[in-house]
Design a binder for this molecule. Sequence first.
Ligand SMILES: [Zn+2]
Length: 99
Amino acid sequence: MDGTRDVVAVVVAVDSPAGRIATTIDELTTHLPSTGQQLVCPICSARSWPCPPFHDAAHRVIAVGVRLADLVPVDLHPQLWPPATPQQQPWPTEEVSNG
Ligand SMILES: [Zn+2]
């Protein structure tokens, strides 16, 4: 194994939230770090992760209501949502607060 993440194609309706941003999801996935290289984008090799293209794609995903966490492998979640610094999360939690 070279650490490259396996991917799977999913069929969704074109007019569904995920269908409307299918190319964005493809772009987002392209910029996911390889297994064991959680801080390095394989495309933007000189940049740390999350890289600007991932950042832009992530915000487009969130904007249409698709959960970013469902598109990112669990081992990368701590990079996006550090458990020790909840006030400094770089990404929206996507959890509705009733408070
Ligand atoms: Zn990148």
